[in-house]
Design a protein around this ligand. Structure first.
Ligand code: 5RP
Length: 278
């Protein structure tokens, strides 16, 4: 692993704790104006100081995020489909490595769809992206198991995560499940867990807690932060779980006190099919 790649990885997974709180705001790449992300700048700017990275597309980065914002960027570079299509797996690489370098990306994110009609194409995309990332020192985050029809058990998630690691992904993003230690234990690279569709704040904190206590290095969470009635409260609470090993009760208290202190909801609804991929 080159020095540059290790350095970028250290900007994503913080060496002080070996963990990360990634804020996922890339949903619009196939969902359009997802609830809470109608105006990405309004959502991201107050949350960015509490996020270890922002995961988003180049279009939102270029148009909505100030270059002065001091937060590492993980660019979503796979896409080419929309929620209006039944089969979401037909993705290709839609952002070049040169663009990632120009945008000073700390990492690149790409989805693989194991077991879906375009499985081969998306796994091959990952192999190509890792080759390019290795050439220029940019780590690759492989996103697994997206799709509403996937059975997210430890057998399937171990399969998908391990394939991602075998293709050379530097970090794997997958879903939490029962027996998650098996997923972590058979994947030789760090795993971050996705948040999935909006659940109660306490449940989302339990998810983060269970994930890191089963061996995940953190979260790459979106809707359970930016669709919360207190996004600021939630990201602070998730940070406490991930970086300070806070209990669910203690983290929930952080969320509640921030909510009382005035952390207003960011999103007002109206997005297309927010649950479609969860
Ligand atoms: C979609 C993604 C999203 O970033 C991911 O699903 C995380 O967001 P959420 O916590 O809302 O599920 O990678 O392909």
């Amino acid at each position: 692993m080159s020095w540059g790649l290790q350095n970028r990885l250290a900007r994503i997974i913080k060496p002080a704790t070996g963990r990360t709180v990634m804020l996922a705001v890339d949903h619009g790449y196939f969902l359009g104006p997802t609830s809470g992300l109608e105006c990405p700048d309004a959502t991201c700017t107050p949350l960015a100081p509490f996020a270890d990275t922002l995961m988003l597309t180049r279009g939102v980065l270029r148009n909505c995020i100030s270059p002065a914002l001091d937060v590492p960027i993980v660019l979503r570079v796979s896409g080419g489909n929309s929620v209006l299509e039944e089969d979401l797996s037909n993705e290709t690489i839609i952002t070049s490595i040169e663009e990632c370098i120009r945008m000073n990306a700390a990492g690149m994110a790409l989805s693989i769809f194991v077991g879906a009609p375009h499985q081969h194409q998306t796994i091959a995309n990952l192999g190509r992206l890792v080759d390019e990332g290795e050439r220029y020192g940019i780590p690759v985050l492989a996103v697994t198991a997206v799709g509403k029809d996937m059975v997210r058990d430890s057998r399937y998630l171990s399969l998908a995560s391990r394939i991602a690691a075998e293709m050379g992904a530097h970090v794997v993003k997958t879903y939490y499940c029962d027996d998650f230690e098996k997923v972590v234990g058979t994947c030789p690279v760090p795993i971050v867990i996705a948040g999935g569709k909006k659940i109660s704040e306490r449940e989302a904190l339990e998810l983060a807690y269970n994930g890191v206590n089963s061996g995940a290095v953190g979260v790459d969470m979106g809707r359970n932060i930016f669709q919360s009635d207190s996004p600021l409260g939630m990201i602070k609470a998730v940070r406490a779980v991930v970086h300070e090993n806070a209990s669910v009760d203690d983290a929930f208290a952080i969320y509640e006190s921030e909510k009382v202190a005035g952390g207003a909801a960011l999103g007002a609804g109206g997005g297309l099919a927010d649950d479609a991929k969860a």
